[in-house]
Design a protein around this ligand. Structure first.
Ligand code: HEM
Length: 350
């Protein structure tokens, strides 16, 4: 008999998953009403993301730690075969981005964040924008926003079997767990591949539609570093490393768009699409300058994945709409608390 998902999925991995998602397995204050079959609201999702001591005022409610950058996206024109969006026509477009780490605990050292993120706002001269927030995991842990909320609850639960029970009920989490256990860690944001995971629909100039996902492939060669070694580095070593690396020259990624074929799981980011799907390199991201977040240009951007130019739109994938709603509330709250996240005398210089 094949092992149950819980058996296949050792507890250590479940703890890793709990840790990378931003919820906490430690004491958790919210219980009342959570087990009643109420509608999943963005307020409850943010409560689920909150660390035990509450969110850091003025900051993002997830991926709280990060650093801004500016640069450009040089579209090579190949993406025009898939989308008529202005940002995919050959040309250079300004970017405001953010390197970031999953989790809502400001005090967590960089070495503990299994999931790293890259957020981009690419602006076109026609006023349109393409916002996207990608992560290093090749698949999302769960198939639906509701399951994501259930996962936050399980990871915060004091019940010893909560995570094992969750994994048994959501076997799709095994693929993420396998990645979290086995993928090499690196010592740099610059050496990571970042994946959009959610599926969107691109419309080309003839009205043809293509279901796509995108990723950013680093120019820098990844150098594996054991996590025990990273633990010995400064708590913010990723910020320091990326600043030092940039001083030696710009950082680059190639944007790769993958096109689904009929039958591919287009509404489920926990499932990779089969190998061999058409992949088109549509352009190059060049990171030219880094700015500390308190005064940096990414501070007040909401990297809402539904902010898309004409020629791109959301698909049957339910995540972008759910993310949009949660990100908006996170944005509203952090903007209202701006005084508690003061700008610095350094004026944004890293
Ligand atoms: C229902 C599922 C999800 C929820 C509830 C959620 C929630 C959040 C929240 C509240 C923020 C802070 C937003 C802000 O204040 O601007 C955030 C940031 C972020 N999320 Fe998600 N997220 C979800 C799924 C995803 C997925 C699927 C990805 C990657 C494919 C992702 C990647 C990121 C990244 C990279 C950031 C940092 C954005 C920034 O730099 O501002 N999230 N998430």
């Amino acid at each position: 008999m094949p092992p149950s998902p819980a058996q296949r999925f050792p507890l250590g991995s479940l703890i890793v998953i709990a840790a990378v998602l931003g919820g906490s397995a430690a004491a958790f204050a919210y219980t009342a009403g959570w087990l009643s079959p109420e509608r999943l609201s963005r307020e409850r999702v943010l409560a689920g993301l909150s660390p035990p001591g509450g969110p850091a005022p003025g900051r993002r409610r997830n991926h709280v730690r990060g650093i801004c950058f500016t640069g450009s996206f040089e579209a090579n024109g190949a993406g025009a075969a898939l989308s008529r969006a202005r940002v995919l026509a050959a040309g250079s477009y300004p970017v405001i981005g953010r390197f970031n780490l999953s989790g809502a605990d400001l005090a967590e050292p960089d070495a503990k964040a299994r999931v790293r993120g890259l957020s981009l706002r690419i602006a076109a001269p026609d006023g349109s924008e393409w916002r996207t927030a990608m992560i290093t995991a090749p698949v999302f842990p769960v198939a639906t926003p509701e399951a994501f909320y259930a996962l936050l609850q399980a990871s915060a639960s004091r019940e010893p079997g909560a995570m094992a029970g969750f994994a048994a009920a959501h076997p799709e989490i095994a693929a993420f767990g396998a990645w979290a256990r086995s993928a090499p860690w690196t010592g740099s944001y610059a050496e990571e591949r970042y994946n959009g995971l959610n599926a969107f629909i691109f419309t080309d100039a003839s009205g043809g539609e293509h279901v796509v996902r995108w990723s950013m492939r680093p120019e820098a060669q990844p150098v594996p570093v054991p996590p025990e070694q990273l633990a010995g580095r400064a708590p913010d070593f990723l910020d320091e490393e990326v600043k030092a690396r940039l001083a030696a020259g710009p950082l680059r990624w190639t944007m790769e768009v993958m096109v689904a074929e009929p039958g591919d799981p287009v509404a489920d980011p926990s499932k990779a699409w089969p190998e061999g799907r058409r992949r088109i390199d549509v352009g190059t991201l060049t990171v030219q300058a880094i700015q500390a977040e308190p005064d940096g240009p990414c501070r007040d951007i909401n990297y809402d994945p539904t902010v898309l130019p004409e020629g791109m739109r959301v698909s049957a994938d339910p995540f972008p709409a759910a993310r949009s709603s949660a990100y908006a509330l996170s944005y509203e709250r952090r903007a209202a608390e701006a005084a508690q996240y003061p700008r610095t005398a350094a004026g944004g210089r890293p």
